[in-house]
Design a protein around this ligand. Structure first.
Ligand code: FEO
Ligand code: CA
Ligand code: CA
Length: 660
């Protein structure tokens, strides 16, 4: 143990907090509307906690079918009881089966998981750690046979490696990792592409699937689009600035209309250490992204993660990566036209005129919502014709105004302030420093934009804003309507004339999250929402084939909301709008990622990320959780196995569509 390892430990354990780095002077509209908003939620009720029973409506006493008929909810299931324990729970009448766990062999010759003797070579052939995004690419349109694509966002060494933790006054300190352990971490990042098939109503992994593949922090990739070849991307290993090894912190993502897998690179700052030389031209760029944070020790073993040795390497991360999963030998491409920031995800939809629109969130306090519109159009009859659509198009940043209009402002070199006078000498500079470009255009500073999901059925777009406790009363605006926003909210956008490629739309807040029985929280769930049905911290989301919205969360815990994270069904239509019901909940310490529905709505895939990462605040455990003493050993509950992040398959017992 040394001082450096303590720094690594403390910062890694606090990762993904979305600490703000937006120091731009964009107005927040606070002066204009604070009189309307800043006191309303706080004066609306007693500061005392009102009775929990107040949030349980008589509707909760009805059967699900009766309730559905009475309220017009689109969801028919008996909800799970919210709470905290060591296991996961799904609604009655459904099965929740573990499909893929960290360490599961993905190839016929891959070694079986042996956590006490794990190697990087083994990890490269096994399912990675901390599964986040889940996508499904059907074979010939099948809802029962295809490829599952899964991101592996980051690693938790205190839960992965035996003997790595020293407890100091009840707190975890990590011992330095060996180079082999660093290599295991790098191999546990990235993504997995896995053939799966449903046999007799149960999904199975096809271990020798011809397209099975691991993408890791070492996989060779190309940089394409406007920043490719920029001198700001050149390194000793890549003097052309067009080739990079690996992808990092792959949070959410998407599957394109042409069946490729896009992976979002989010919190890149943690992987870099060291200092730039004095007056280095990238200093302001890196400050805006919080680089370097130094959470990982990779730079002790690999020069490219040390700014003093490879000052341009951070410019080669923070992109959207496109992978062709149908060709396991294909070279993934970092599509620089979609900009460089802390990308949460990249869900897409085909616009009326055939152009393809990708909605993009930058997950940091006070950062922005974006969309990218391709220049070319989608050709449904010629897959090959679509394969470079992501290299040309327009990136837009959102301004949400107080009148309920959203304006998508183009980020184009030479237009408005994006000129050499402001340090943008080309479109390469614009996409490398998208945040600064957004600052100059006066984009709206949001409460941590996470998943953004277009809904092809109702034509709307749903923006998950997870929280922002740093927003002051003076910084409140209509699109971010709560100061000290601890529980997040969801915005619904309607693009003008239903044109996803357009440059304007309208918006409204669908839901302010948190406990609706506590008046000062200011939550806006419908009165039909039960004490189990409300949630905080919306993060990922999905729209099923019927057009229904499902929201998963990151940050519920015993202290903050008295419940674990989970998957909630959220009505968006009619009088049931803003009614939420709990369908599935995760074990202690986990966050809920995925979610994803198959095209027949008969299967939901969910990703249980970092189970067991926490537990000190849960009365059932009450101490720090680590490899030798985890708060849960889900999903195996075998003392010889660690707790493991896993993808879970949810199906209705006896078959049929979910929640119908
Ligand atoms: Fe990786 Fe923004 O969650
Ligand atoms: Ca997320
Ligand atoms: Ca998150």
């Amino acid at each position: 143990m040394n001082d450096q390892s303590q720094i690594f430990a403390s910062s890694r354990l606090e990762a993904n907090t979305g600490e703000g780095h937006n120091l731009s002077a964009n107005p927040t509209m606070g002066e204009i509307i604070s009189a309307r908003f800043s006191r309303r939620g706080f004066l609306g009720g007693s500061l005392a906690v009102t009775a929990i029973a107040a949030s349980v409506s008589p509707i909760a006493l009805l059967t699900a079918g009766e309730a559905r008929a009475a309220t017009g909810t689109a969801f028919n299931f008996d909800e799970v009881e919210a709470g905290v324990d060591a296991d996961h729970h799904v609604a009655a009448g459904y099965d929740a089966d573990v499909l893929l766990r960290w360490g599961d062999a993905l190839f016929a010759d891959a070694p079986e998981f042996d956590p006490a003797n794990q190697t990087a070579a083994a990890q490269r052939q096994q399912f990675g750690y901390n599964n986040d995004y889940v996508g499904y690419i059907p074979f010939e349109g099948s809802a029962e046979h295809g490829l599952l694509v899964v991101n592996h966002e980051y690693t938790n060494p205190h839960l992965m490696f035996p003997g790595i933790v020293t407890l100091v006054e009840g707190k975890i300190t990590l011992n330095p990792l060996s180079k082999e352990q660093v290599d295991i971490e790098m191999a546990a990042h990235g993504g997995s592409i896995v053939e799966i098939v449903k046999v007799d109503g149960k999904w199975q992994v096809v271990r020798d699937g011809a397209m099975n593949r691991r993408v890791t922090a070492d996989t060779e990739m190309l940089l394409t689009g406007p920043a490719a070849g920029s001198k700001r991307l050149m390194t000793v290993a890549d003097p052309a600035g067009t080739k990079v090894f690996g992808t990092l912190n792959n949070c959410a993502g998407g599957v394109t209309p042409w069946g490729t897998y896009v992976m979002a690179e989010e919190n890149l700052q943690g992987y870099f250490m060291g200092e730039l030389t004095a007056d280095h031209p990238e200093a302001a760029n890196y400050d805006r992204l919080g680089i370097p944070e130094g959470s990982y020790e990779w730079g002790l073993h690999y020069d490219r993660f040390d700014l003093s040795k490879e000052p341009n390497e951070p410019n080669r991360f923070g992109w959207i990566v496109e992978v062709d999963p149908l060709d396991p030998t294909s070279t993934p491409k970092k599509r620089t036209a979609l900009g460089r920031f802390k990308h949460e995800g990249a869900e897409s939809i085909v616009a009326k005129d055939g152009r393809v629109v990708f909605y993009l969130g930058d997950d940091e306090r006070f950062d922005y919502v974006y969309k990218f519109v391709t220049a070319g159009t989608f050709n449904p009859d010629d897959r090959a014709a679509n394969m470079d659509l992501l290299d040309s198009g327009t990136l837009f940043v959102a301004k949400f105004d107080a009148a309920g209009t959203v304006v998508w402002m183009p980020l184009i070199h030479g237009e408005g302030p994006l000129t050499a006078d402001n340090g943008f000498t080309s479109q390469a500079d614009v996409v490398i420093e998208v945040r600064r470009a957004g600052d100059l255009l006066g984009a709206t500073k949001m409460d941590r934009p996470e998943d953004i999901q277009p809904n092809a059925v109702n034509g709307k777009v749903y923006v998950m804003l997870t929280n922002n406790t740093k927003r002051t009363a003076e910084q409140v605006d209509e699109a971010n309507p709560r100061a000290e926003n601890a529980f997040g909210h969801i915005i619904e956008i309607a693009e003008t004339d239903g044109d996803f490629a357009g440059t304007t739309g309208t918006w409204e807040v669908l839901l302010k999250c948190g406990d609706p029985s506590v008046a000062e929280v200011g939550a806006t769930f419908s009165t039909e929402t039960t004490a189990n049905g409300w949630f905080g911290m919306p993060d990922n989301c999905a729209v099923d084939a019927a057009g229904r919205l499902w929201v998963s969360t990151d940050g519920n815990n015993p202290t903050v909301t008295g419940r674990t994270d989970g998957l909630w069904a959220v009505d968006t239509e009619g009088e049931a709008r803003a009614t939420s019901k709990l369908f599935y909940r995760v074990p202690v310490g986990a966050e809920m990622c995925g979610p994803l529905f198959t095209p027949d709505d008969e299967t939901a895939f969910v990703a249980v990320q970092h189970p067991g990462d926490g537990g000190a605040d849960w009365a059932g455990f009450g101490r720090v959780s680590y490899y030798e003493d985890p708060a849960t050993r889900w999903p195996d509950f075998n003392d010889a196995l660690p707790v493991r992040p896993s993808v879970v398959v949810i199906t209705k017992q006896g078959g049929g569509k979910i929640a119908v």
